[in-house]
Design a protein around this ligand. Sequence first.
Ligand SMILES: [Zn+2]
Length: 385
Amino acid sequence: MNKAVLLIAVACCTGRLHAQDTQRIHASALVIDTHNDVLYQSVMRGKDIGKRINTGHTDLPRIKEGGIDVQVFAVWCNEKYGKGTAFAYANKQIDGLMQVIQNNPAEIALAKTTTDIRIITGQGKIAAVIGVEGGHMIEGRIDYLDSLFARGARYLTLTWNNSTEWATSATDESRNAKKLKHQGLTDFGRLVIRRMNELGMMVDLSHVGRQTFFDVIKTTSKPVLVSHSNAYALMAHPRNLQDDQIKAVAENGGVICLNFYSGFLDPMHYTKINRLYDKYVSVDDSVKRSSDGKFRRLPPAAKEQLRPPLPLLLDHIDYMVKTAGIDHVGIGSDFDGISSTPIGLDDCSDFPNLTAGLLQRGYTESEVRKILGENVLRVMAAQVN
Ligand SMILES: [Zn+2]
């Protein structure tokens, strides 16, 4: 056999082994996705996610296909919900999830503890975890926080894009700082953190501003979660974490879970949008610009061109691993909360492509297992110690 033929033979062989490895590792690993918006996106709109639906990123059959063992379902509403409505709406979404669970008892069960997760996934079911995204849903009341915890909520994202009276968001701290009455956590905000620590509820720092972020790091006695954010050094967006924040999570023992949104991954995202808008506006009447001059809508063909390659997500993971260490990185897809994802991650059934990408980058099996779920499980377990 000459040298060229030998090389091809070796390449083919490792290629085959690789595919088998990917399958085996992905299937046997505990895969946790710390953020998915299907409750708001589909369940609250009356769709039955127990069956395959042909819209959105998520339903139970596709979660299974994607090998996702633990799915955190985000309970979310925007700032239009406030005192008297936000908490009720959060409960309505939890009702929606409970209905999904009741209708599909062989497929999915609610997990409140890491022991529940082990038992449920051991039965081959999806472990459903509740995460509440937006501190405005507790309406400034500790008893509402307690109540959401009692129903199963295991994290609270302190803010969404809107600040609360007790914690300021990344959006407001970076874009509306002058309008804010305070920045960071107030005394009540610190009370919320201490209560969450007592309850064993993860403090989620996605969406919060830098001041809130570091106030929490100083206050919390437990490891924090960043459920769906990326690296600011690779994409300078206020929703992403700067190096000092990444290092602070590592020191705290927490975990940062990477988001699949093109707009948080790709530094060219907004330039691409503007270029595509200019290209399509003259030929497609459906392309509109809203009254404030911002982009509103692009046709599907243009949207496809916005999608970055999967390796860009892997670059963000590499960067997090390099900066925080392998024990502090996880996955929080944000599926059904985002309008554009990397090529190869069309919906939640594509999770194995991520594992394949990590193995191709040279991560070992044990490192891949940490990123896919073990790190998040450790942080969840640490809440009750
Ligand atoms: Zn979010």
